[in-house]
Design a protein around this ligand. Structure first.
Ligand code: 6PG
Length: 237
């Protein structure tokens, strides 16, 4: 098995979503017993949507103390169907009263994706403390692609080699239109106190099998938080 990672397998997404949402909710409450704010990085894609919807109706979460960031974002308007912010708006933000200062999306209105990445990195540093070399998010939620990518850390991209920047840019692989993306890097993700990866679908099972047996070199295999607190929630459906 991979040296780090608690792998939890479920027969249905409903069961996975319920238990993942409970784990997130309990961790938020546990953390807020000891500190005034909770910094949470959200994944995009489709799997997390149902978990976010469950979190939105959880009465125990003190959302006014929770700050939301995005692990990656496509460089499209925030109301674009491809936007990860838009997915979170539809599944979580719509159900919870959030103060604007608690929501930290990538600024996709800037001229270039490079400017968006630099701006996002600066805002993350300012949120924590610019003196800290690599900020520590309380929780990072990730997904997994069938090619082993996570966030927008795709196989074969220079983003995998980034060792100092918190945020970098990536071009979406595959056929055009190649929407540029902004993504958190491994140094930032691996500094999180807890990492939860939400994985669903038959097409992910092969890559999960490799990862759990520490075989193959997938980007997601490089998620190795210093805290060693990494939980994989996996559903075959
Ligand atoms: C994105 C996500 C991406 C996603 C995986 C899995 O912007 O698309 O950040 O990394 O998490 O592609 O997506 P699904 O959960 O929809 O399979």
């Amino acid at each position: 098995m991979n040296e780090i990672g608690d792998y939890r397998f479920y027969d249905t997404r409903t069961e996975m979503n319920r238990l993942a949402a409970r784990q997130i909710s309990e961790f938020i409450s546990y953390t807020l017993e000891k500190k005034e704010r909770f910094s949470m990085v959200l994944a995009g894609g489709g799997t997390p949507r149902a978990v976010y919807e469950l979190l939105a109706i959880d009465p125990t979460i003190c959302w006014d103390k929770v700050h939301l960031f995005w692990g990656d974002e496509r460089f499209v308007p925030l109301d674009d169907a491809r936007s990860n912010f838009n997915m979170v708006r539809e599944s979580l933000l719509i159900g919870v009263h959030f103060s604007l200062e608690n929501i930290h999306p990538v600024n996709v209105d800037l001229e270039t994706v490079e400017a968006a990445a630099e701006n996002y990195e600066l805002r993350i540093r300012n949120f924590f403390d610019e003196q800290v070399l690599i900020p520590e998010f309380d929780l990072v939620i990730l997904g997994l692609g069938s090619d082993g990518h996570t966030a927008s850390l795709f196989p074969g991209t220079a983003a995998l080699e980034e060792t100092s920047r918190l945020i970098t840019i990536v071009e979406t692989p595959g056929l055009p239109p190649k929407v540029p993306r902004v993504t958190m890097t491994f140094p930032l993700i691996n500094k999180a106190k807890k990492v939860i990866s939400l994985v669903s679908g038959e097409e992910k099972q092969a890559v999960i099998n490799y990862i759990t047996h520490h075989e193959g070199k997938f980007p997601a295999s490089m998620i190795q938080p210093d805290s060693k607190d990494l939980i994989w929630y996996v559903s075959g459906t």
